[in-house]
Structures are given as C-alpha cells and as structure tokens.
Design a protein around this ligand. Structure first.
Ligand code: OAD
Length: 350
C-alpha cells in the first residue's frame, strides 16, 4: 500500500490540497452500517420493514403514504450515538495542515463535524438531521421536539406530526425524489474548476448526482479511491494516474498518518476532541474505549446531540449532567487504565 500511496504523499508534501468524497463506508467502523454491502448493509437488513423495495425507506412518495418504516430506522440512525473513526480524524488533520479544500459527504451522521472539521468545509450532499420540516406545509420543527415525538411511541406510533396541519414531519435529509441542497451545486461549480487531489472513500458511487462527481474532476487531478470494491468512474474510465486501494479506510488513514509522520498530531487531536466532548457531557463511544464505558456514553450522547451549545443551554446542560460527568470521568479513567494494561500486555507478547 505504501508504494501505491507514494504519489499522494508527494503531492501532499508539496502542499497540494484535497477534496474528499465520502460515503457510508467511512462510518462502518463506528458501528453504523453502510447501505449496500451484502449481509451487513442496511438494505439487506430491511426485510422486517416489509418494504416493496429497500430504497423505499428513503423515498419521499413512500414516506408520504407510510412514514413508519423510516421512523423505525431513524431511531437507530439518529446522530449522537457514535464516535468518529481514524478516517474522520484524518480529515481534521488535513484541515490542520491546510491541505483540506472540501469534504463532500453523502453521510448524515455528522461524524466529520464531531472530528472537528470546520462546517464551512463540509458539503452535506444528502442533507442532515440538523433541522426538520413538515412535508405538507413546510412548518419547521426543532430537533428537540422531533425527538420528543419520536420517543412517544404510544402517540401516533412515534411518528412526528406537524402541530399546524397534522402533516408528517421529516428531518431535512435528502430522500429519493427530492433535490440536493443548492449549496451542493454552488460549491461544486467552484471546486470542480481546480482540484489537485480527489479522494473518494467508502462509497459504491451509485446515487446520482453525487456519484458523477469523480468523473467531473479535472483531468489533472490525482484521483484516489479507497473502497472495498472498485466502483463508478474508477471502474468505467480508470485514468492512468488513479490510485486504487481496496483496503479498509481506517487502515489507509493510518498508513497516510504514518507516512506523513502525523501520529503525534493525531493523538493530540483525539485527546482534545475527547476533552471537548466530555466538557459538553456527551463523551462518546469509540473504538478506543472499553466496552463497559460505551453503554454509559451512549446514554449521554442521546441526550446531547448538538455539538455546540449556546452558553445558556450549555450551562443548563452542564448543571444537569454534573453527576453523569463524574461517572464519565470514572469511565475514562478506567478506560485509560485498560489501555495502559493492553499496552503492557502487547509489549509482553512481543
Ligand atoms: P453504499 O452502502 O452504497 O456503499 C458503501 C461502500 O463502502 C461499499 O462499496 C462498501 O464495500 C464500502 N465499504 C464499507 N465499509 C468500508 C470500509 N471500512 N473501508 C472501505 N470501504 C468500505 O453507501 P453510499 O455509497 O454512501 O442515500 O450510499 C449512497 C447513498 O445511498 C446514501 O447516501 C443513501 C443511500 O440510499 C440516501 O439515503 C438519499
């Protein structure tokens, strides 16, 4: 893999910037299934929802008639329960090193932001859970209210409805049959004029218009695909300079970090994000924490999904979670002890 990565590493060492194109594969190691992987993908697991076809769960016409399938999944997919992967932190490292032009993501898990990527750099092509609207009268519903209604399973089956017109309310994630946000098109018009490096990761490149972006990158761009399988334009119109890595994306992230000698920077960022997240009382589960801590953290995150709170809200949340914060601190301590132990054990086995 190191040899294949050489042109990328050299370009980055020259200060060339990267545009990332992300799909669900970057979050599978965080515990979120992708869509189309056989067996493990979300669409393979949807028999229980008795859909006419898997993608109907995200189809606006289907939702209009039967929103239950989507809200059944929504409980599982709602952001706040997951912690960024090494790959998400790599994006943050690119930003720190002034090597990040943009992140185009199809994902709605907000893990790029949780890793500390500046929201101005992120184009959430398929929308997000940050806001919600009635599909009939377009009345806005705050996330807190949406979640309150979702959790009241005895009322309307937990399907949020508009207080004004009683229409169904849907998070602003882009469904099939809906257009992508204007920001996606505006930003791409600018970005596509000049791209040094295009890195496509964890996507089957099946859903357009997003899937068409790699083909629209300038011919001078160094294109990199990091994916379990060769997909889209990398398969149909492979360019001579394309780098194709059929590897786990976290493995590739670690290799890049090693080759660029960024390990200490990564550790510092992860530590800093952990502290920040703890301060906001929603420290999250991570591959680095022990299993017994994750349950506690999951429950905290559920209550604290927004990344940045206003001072007033933050103060209230801090007060309310003082007790749980103590428990988190204990959990972290035990996690650190466990990590130290694991480290010692690893050294012993060497
Ligand atoms: P898919 O599930 O279609 O594709 C994920 C790709 O990532 C597959 O090719 C996997 O093999 C690969 N993959 C999974 N884990 C990986 C890992 N750890 N390392 C490397 N590769 C990995 O997901 P998307 O392409 O994101 O749209 O799907 C696109 C859109 O289809 C989604 O945004 C969603 C869905 O319907 C809407 O909901 C509108």
């Amino acid at each position: 893999m190191d040899i294949k990565l050489k042109p990328l590493i050299e370009a980055l060492q020259k200060g060339e910037k990267a545009v990332f194109f992300l799909g669900a594969g970057v979050s599978t190691s965080c515990g979120i299934p992708d869509f189309r992987s056989p067996k493990t993908g979300l669409y393979a697991q949807l028999q229980r929802l008795k859909l006419p076809y898997s993608e109907a769960v995200f189809d606006i016409d289907y939702f209009r008639n039967d929103p239950k399938a989507f809200y059944t999944l929504c409980d599982e997919l709602y952001p706040g329960k997951f912690f960024p992967s090494t790959f998400h932190f790599l994006l943050r490292l690119f930003q720190e090193k002034d090597l990040l032009q943009r992140v185009y993501t199809q994902n709605i898990d907000t893990l790029e932001q949780l890793a500390g990527v500046n929201p101005a750099k992120i184009i959430a092509a398929h929308g997000s859970f940050a806001d919600n609207h009635c599909i009939d009268c377009n009345e806005r519903m705050l996330p807190e209210e949406l979640k309150r209604q979702m959790n009241q399973k005895t009322v309307n089956d937990g399907i949020p409805t508009c207080p004004k017109c009683k229409g169904y309310v849907k998070p602003d994630i882009v469904f099939f049959g809906e257009s992508l946000p204007a920001k996606f098109f505006d930003s791409w018009k600018e970005d596509s004029k000049a791209i040094d490096i295009a890195i496509v990761v964890g996507t089957s490149l099946t859903v357009y218009p997003f899937a068409g972006l790699p083909a629209e990158c300038p011919i001078t761009s160094l294109r990199v695909l990091v994916n379990n399988e060769v997909v889209g334009d990398f398969k149909r119109n492979k360019r001579k300079t394309d780098i194709i890595l059929k590897n786990h994306c976290d493995e590739v992230a670690s290799a890049i970090i090693l080759l660029l000698d960024w390990q200490l920077d990564l550790d510092a960022i992860v530590d800093q994000r952990m502290k920040k997240l703890t301060k906001n009382a929603y420290l999250i589960r991570t591959t680095m924490v022990s299993n017994h801590s994750t349950e506690l953290m999951d429950s905290l995150i559920y209550e604290n999904t927004a990344e940045e709170f206003s001072d007033e809200v933050q103060d209230k949340k801090m007060a309310a979670t003082e007790k749980t914060a103590k428990r988190v601190a204990e959990a972290i301590k035990s996690t650190e002890e466990e990590r130290a132990l694991q480290h010692d054990l690893a050294n012993l086995s060497i």
